[in-house]
Design a protein around this ligand. Structure first.
Ligand code: PEP
Ligand code: MN
Length: 361
């Protein structure tokens, strides 16, 4: 696990355990429900209690949160359990109410991060705050939009910023409610290595049975903490019932997770690793050469099609390639998801090369 200096400072300042665990229901429903869950979480690793008070819903007509009434319940959680509290803020009025009612950590939801106007308003409302502000990824897989939101908060002199990865909406359906697209947060970690990164496996999975594996992947990819939806009666939750887990399941889950070391300076380990990495470099170079050669052939095809006035995209041929490669891939234990992504990217690059040839006069 990476030793993120900003997260370490937060945890030390607030005497919280590492990795940071935020847990609690999707929505605050009743005072009893909030306090029951918080008390059941008291002896878990969770040090921050979450509950949505104002709920953004994709479609109207669903439960939209109990509103500011629940702020009093959150105060009671703090008094009764000693946990810190966090809720989603989606406009300056929410910010004002949350700050007045001593919410400790604020988070910005995925539907808000997509909108620079609202992000700017929220950042202004929070200007100069010492509080921790966690920014969820935007709904669409767009790293620059996420980075833009983070930058707006930094520019408002808010120093304690973290990111929450809750997955992305994609055209192609996957087993996840919101596809992880791990590559995006690998890029985010490269660009902002000191930004604490928290995984929300609940909204990513959309279902209970995928949460553990997502958390383990998060730890293996150096995430600093988790936000996990937990409810005392998940099946009857007023929102996101399929993805919430009981406080007992949460305790079990965190016990089974393997926190790995950031690195190891043992000589044998380092030598073996370097040897294997050298092999990977050889394969990567071969791949690049092969891809370069493949594109040269695509250009010849482009020229031929141009001379014969034939359209670039040939769906029958493309279906054949895909079907063959899926079969070959299966033999080599390459996942269908990977083969589809890889060959679609190659095919698109081929089309681009052919187009360049056809457009040239
Ligand atoms: C939530 O955390 O309950 C929520 C609405 O999440 P998201 O913004 O990720 O959809
Ligand atoms: Mn939810």
């Amino acid at each position: 696990m990476r030793n993120n200096k900003n997260l370490r400072k937060w945890l030390d300042d607030m005497q919280l355990s590492h990795p940071l665990l935020i847990a609690g229901p999707c929505s605050a429903e009743t005072e009893q429900q909030v306090l029951d869950i918080a008390n059941q979480l008291k002896d878990s690793n969770a040090s921050v209690f979450r509950a949505g008070i104002w709920k953004p819903r994709t479609r109207p007509g669903y439960f939209e949160g109990v509103g500011s009434l629940a702020l009093q319940w959150m105060k009671k959680v703090k008094l009764e359990t000693g946990m810190l509290t966090t809720t989603e803020v989606a406009n300056p009025n929410h910010v004002d109410l949350a700050l007045k009612n001593e919410i400790d950590i604020l988070w910005v939801g995925a539907r808000t991060t997509v909108n620079p106007f609202i992000i700017q308003e929220i950042a202004e409302a929070l200007r100069g705050t010492e509080k921790i502000v966690l920014i969820k990824n935007p709904i669409n897989p767009d790293l620059s939009l996420w980075l833009g939101a983070i930058e707006r908060f930094y520019s408002s002199n808010i120093k304690n910023i973290g990111a929450i990865h809750r997955g992305f909406s994609t055209y192609e359906k996957t087993k996840y409610r919101n596809n992880p697209e791990w590559q995006i947060t690998i890029d985010l970690q490269r660009k902002l290595p000191d930004l604490p990164l928290i995984l929300d496996p609940s909204h990513m999975a959309g279902r209970r049975d995928l949460i553990f594996d997502l958390c383990q992947t998060g730890l293996d990819l150096n995430y600093d903490g988790f936000m996990i939806e937990s409810h005392n009666d998940p099946d009857n939750a007023w929102s996101d019932s399929k993805q919430q887990i009981t406080p007992d399941s949460l305790k079990q889950l965190t016990q089974n997770l393997k926190v790995r070391r950031a690195t190891n300076d043992d000589d044998f380990y380092l030598e073996t690793l370097n040897g294997l990495r050298a092999q990977i470099d050889v394969h990567d170079n071969k791949l690049i050469n092969t891809l370069g050669n493949r594109m040269k052939v695509a250009e010849k095809i482009g020229l031929l099609k141009k001379k014969n006035n034939v359209a670039i995209f040939q769906s029958k041929r493309w279906n054949e390639i895909l079907a063959n490669m899926l079969l070959e891939g299966e033999e080599k234990k390459l996942s269908e998801e990977f083969i589809l992504k890889f060959f679609k990217a190659i095919h698109q690059e081929s089309i681009n090369h052919q187009e360049n040839i056809i457009k040239k006069d």
